[in-house]
Write a protein that binds this ligand. Sequence first.
Ligand code: SAM
Length: 260
Amino acid sequence: MKKIYLIGIGPGSPDYLTVRAINTMKEVDVFFFLEKERGKNEDLIKIREEILMRYLSEGTYRVVTAKIPERKKGGKTYEAYKERVETWRQKKAEIITELIKTEMKDRETGAFLVWGDPALYDGHLEILEHIAKEGVVNFEYEVIPGITSIQILTAKHKIPLNRIGESIMITTGRKLKEYSTGEVTNAIVLLDSCSVFKRFQDTNIDIYWGSYLGDEDEILISGKLKDVIDDIKKLKNEAKKKKGWIMDTYLLRQPEETNE
Ligand SMILES: C[S@@+](CC[C@H](N)C(=O)[O-])C[C@H]1O[C@@H](n2cnc3c(N)ncnc32)[C@H](O)[C@@H]1O
C-alpha cells in the first residue's frame, strides 16, 4: 500500500525540525510541493527546498510540484467564507488524489511538508481524510507533529502560554471580532490579515506580537496594546511591502491585577 506522511516542519526555519521529522523524511520517496498559481508562495517553497537540501542526500528522493488554485475572495459572512474554503479544499483534494495516483508506485512513501504543525489551522489532514473516505485511491497516512508558530511566539517573548489556573483561547482574526474585551483573558490569534487587535486598543490589555517567527527577519513587539499598536501597524505595513507577504501571530492577555 502507498503511504503518505504529513510532516510538520515548524514555522519558518530548518532549525525547528524535530529529529522524528528528519528521520521520517529519510524514508520518503517523493515530496509533494503545492505551489500557488502566480508564484505567490515562493519563499515558502524555498524553505522546503532548503530543508531537503540540509537533511537529505541528493538523489535519494524525488520532488513533484503541482499548482493549486487561488482561494476565491467573496462575501464576508462566516457561511460564505466556509463555503469558499470548502470549494477550495475540494479542488486541492482532486489535485492531491491525482498526485497519489500517478506519481507514486505501490509501496512507495510520499510526504507533504506542512508549515508548523499539521493539526493547527491547516487543511491537509481533513483533505487526506476526505480522499481516503472517497476510496478512489488506496493509501494510509500518518502525521508527524511539528513546532507551531505559537510555541515560537511564547519562547521568544519568554512567557508561559498559560498563567496558573487560566484558560487560553486559540482563534483567528475573523473569529476574534465576535469577542468583547471582558471575554478575552488569554487569546492567541492567528490568520489575522486585518489587524483585528485594533478593536481592543482602548482597553488595558497586553499584547505579545511576532511576525516571521523563527526566521531571520523575525520581529517581536510586546507591551500595553495602546502603547505599541502604532509600532505594530507601522512595522507590519513596512514588512509586508518589503517581503510581499507577512505571517503574524499574537497573544492578547489581560493584566493579572485587573482581569477587566
Ligand atoms: C494556516 S495557519 C498555519 C499555522 C501552522 N500550522 C502552525 O502550526 O503554526 C497560518 C497562520 O499561522 C501563523 N504563522 C505561521 N507561521 C508563522 C510565523 N513564522 N510567524 C508568525 N506567524 C506565523 C500566522 O498567524 C499565519 O496567518
